[in-house]
Design a binder for this molecule. Structure first.
Ligand SMILES: Cc1cc2nc3c(=O)[nH]c(=O)nc-3n(C[C@H](O)[C@H](O)[C@H](O)COP(=O)(O)O)c2cc1C
Length: 174
């Protein structure tokens, strides 16, 4: 199989936020797609090793914070390379509660608040199916794509990302 055929699938870069009991947490997820229009439904793939996975399963709710191209790279470092298991990712970060779901008040293209309606297990990741129950858009912002994150910001992805590429096999810019 030509593994590189997978390189041309496209994604965004999102911060999935969720309540862990009475504290907010979350992680970076690129593998999110809209799967139906009415009702608006999304699917996201979250590693079994990510602390966020159990929080989504328990609370049944999550928010998708849509990062713009000019997002603070430190946010990706904090949410994408550390675990909320033993670290407060929300420290000094402004957020608001939309219903019972935390949404960031940082520089975003917008956000979606979702309710989990189904899930499917793969060997390494849970695919959550979630209905979008609320959302807000900030006009004029350009969303960060996964390709922009790699090719312009020169960002890396950790092993828990479903699209992880082993060192030496990273996607080369065209
Ligand atoms: C650019 C990027 C994309 C990522 N995409 C995913 C993803 O789609 N699914 C996933 O499970 N983890 C993904 N990750 C990895 C998690 O964000 C990372 O493992 C995080 O530290 C998990 O935090 P937690 O243990 O607090 O849940 C991604 C990380 C980065 C930097």
């Amino acid at each position: 199989m030509d593994q590189t055929a997978l390189y041309d699938l496209s994604y965004g870069v999102y911060l999935v936020t969720v309540m862990d009991g009475n504290r907010p947490t979350g992680c970076v997820v690129n593998s999110i797609m809209q799967v139906t229009s009415e009702p608006a439904t999304v699917a996201l793939s979250v590693s079994h090793n990510n602390y966020t996975n159990g929080c989504i399963a328990k609370s049944g709710r999550l928010a998708i914070n849509i990062l713009p191209q000019d997002a603070n790279p430190k946010l990706i470092g904090r949410f994408g390379f550390r675990s909320g298991k033993d670290f407060n990712k929300f420290e000094s970060l402004p957020y608001e509660m939309v219903g019972s779901t935390p949404v960031l008040k940082t520089n975003l293209c917008g956000w979606l608040v979702c309710e989990v309606i189904n899930r499917m297990e793969t060997a390494t990741h849970t695919v959550f199916l979630a209905k979008v129950t609320d959302g807000k858009r900030t006009p004029g912002k350009t969303p960060m794509t996964y390709a922009y994150y790699h090719n312009v910001i020169k960002g890396k992805s950790p092993k828990n990302a479903p699209t992880y590429q082993a060192p030496g096999k990273e996607k080369l810019p065209r």
